[in-house]
Every structure is written in structure tokens, then in C-alpha cells.
Write a protein that binds this ligand. Structure first.
Ligand SMILES: Cc1cc2nc3c(=O)[nH]c(=O)nc-3n(C[C@H](O)[C@H](O)[C@H](O)COP(=O)(O)O)c2cc1C
Length: 196
């Protein structure tokens, strides 16, 4: 069986962002896990206009179309979830609005004062509306872990409890990823058979 294509989406574009650390860490963990071929997608590389904004330039519209096309390639997603004012970043919400995620699983790596828990819970609600299947386990990097990692005193891969949470989340993502890929393929074959 071919590997599941997993996109790790870097959910903040702030200069000096923390987001790159959890993105790289979970991408490495997913490569080790074995079920996934992994690509990190950085929203800095996809400067899109706000969804539906008439002021959007032609370049931004093209970028949004490229983003949507790119997103369709994957079988599963992990989002890094920063928390600003108890909510996900606007740039990530906008990227989700622009994408197509139907019948694919999603996991979240949150960080901040309470491990990004409030942002992740909002993202789970958005995921349902976008027809993603959110897996149960999330990774939450709480402040006492966030600070030493942000200061470069330690790295996420050194923290056993986070590795354990990440592995559990990835195992769930692999299970749902395989199940949903098989279901999508079977659905596609049925509609081809009906059409012929
Ligand atoms: C305007 C502002 C609001 C913030 N609100 C929250 C918050 O509600 N909860 C939280 O845990 N952290 C909050 N933070 C801290 C961010 O989570 C922290 O800066 C984090 O590194 C942001 O992610 P990023 O560095 O990947 O952009 C806030 C920071 C700023 C500047």
C-alpha cells in the first residue's frame, strides 16, 4: 500500500514565529512513524487575499488557486495552531477557507499559555464544516515547555510526553487516513462504473 501523503501546515506567518519548530518536529515524527510521505506547507509561500475580498489582486487569486490545487494532493493534514486572543490565526482560517479538505483527516499541534487549546477547539469546529475528520488526540505545547523551546534551551524532540502525544496523534491520523482514502477510492470507482 502506498504511503499516505501528509501535509504539515505552518499556521502562522509572523516574523520570528514559533510555528516552524512544531511544524518541523511533527514532520520528522511523521517521517519516522512510517505511514506517511510528508511535505511541510508554509503559508508564507502562499500569500492569498482574504476569501471573497474584491480587492484581491490577480497574483493573489492565482496563489489561492495554486493553494487549493496543492491541498487536494494530500490524504491527511496536520496544522500548527498558534493562539492569538483565544483564537486561531487569521491567516490559517483564511487558508482553510480557500482550500478543499473533504473526507480527509486532520490533527493539530497547538502551543501557547494553555497549549493552544482554545484555538485548536475552534479549528476542530471549522474542520467539521470543511468535512475534515478531526482525530481525537491533539498535541498541546504548554507554556512551561513552550518557553525553553522558544529560547532554544531545549527542543521539542527532547520532551518525551510531547513525542508520545505526537505519535498517538499520528497513529490515529494514519488509521483515518487509510480508511478514508479507501472509502474515497471506492466511491470514485462506483461513480465511474455508473457513468460507463
Ligand atoms: C496579540 C497577541 C495575542 C495573543 N493571545 C494569546 C492567547 O490568547 N493565548 C495564548 O496562549 N497566547 C497568546 N499570545 C501569545 C502567542 O501564542 C505566542 O506569541 C505564539 O508564539 C504565537 O505563535 P507564532 O509565534 O507561531 O506566531 C498572544 C500574542 C499576541 C502578540
Amino acid at each position: 500500500m502506498s504511503k499516505l501523503k501528509l501535509a504539515v501546515i505552518v499556521g502562522s506567518t509572523r516574523d520570528g514565529r514559533f510555528a516552524e519548530k512544531p511544524a518541523e518536529w511533527i514532520a520528522d515524527l511523521a517521517r519516522t512513524q512510517g505511514d506517511f510521505s510528508v511535505e511541510v506547507l508554509d503559508l508564507k509561500d502562499y500569500p492569498m487575499g482574504f476569501y471573497g475580498d474584491p480587492a484581491t489582486s490577480e497574483t493573489e487569486t492565482e496563489t489561492a488557486a495554486n493553494w487549493k490545487r496543492k491541498i487536494r494532493e494530500f490524504d491527511a493534514y496536520v496544522f500548527t495552531a498558534a493562539e492569538y486572543n483565544h483564537a486561531p490565526t487569521a491567516v490559517l482560517k483564511n487558508a482553510i477557507d480557500h482550500g478543499e479538505w473533504i473526507k480527509k483527516p486532520a490533527g493539530f499541534v497547538g502551543y501557547g499559555g494553555v497549549g493552544g487549546a482554545r484555538a485548536v477547539e475552534q479549528l476542530r469546529q471549522i474542520a467539521v464544516e470543511m468535512q475534515m475528520a478531526s482525530v481525537k488526540t491533539g498535541v498541546h505545547i504548554l507554556w512551561p515547555d513552550y518557553l525553553p523551546v522558544a529560547k532554544g534551551e531545549t527542543s521539542l524532540s527532547d520532551l518525551a510526553h510531547l513525542n508520545e502525544a505526537g505519535e498517538t496523534m499520528l497513529d490515529q491520523l494514519a488509521w483515518w487516513g487509510k480508511a478514508l482514502r479507501a472509502a474515497r477510492q471506492s466511491e470514485e470507482q462506483s461513480s465511474l462504473a455508473k457513468a460507463s
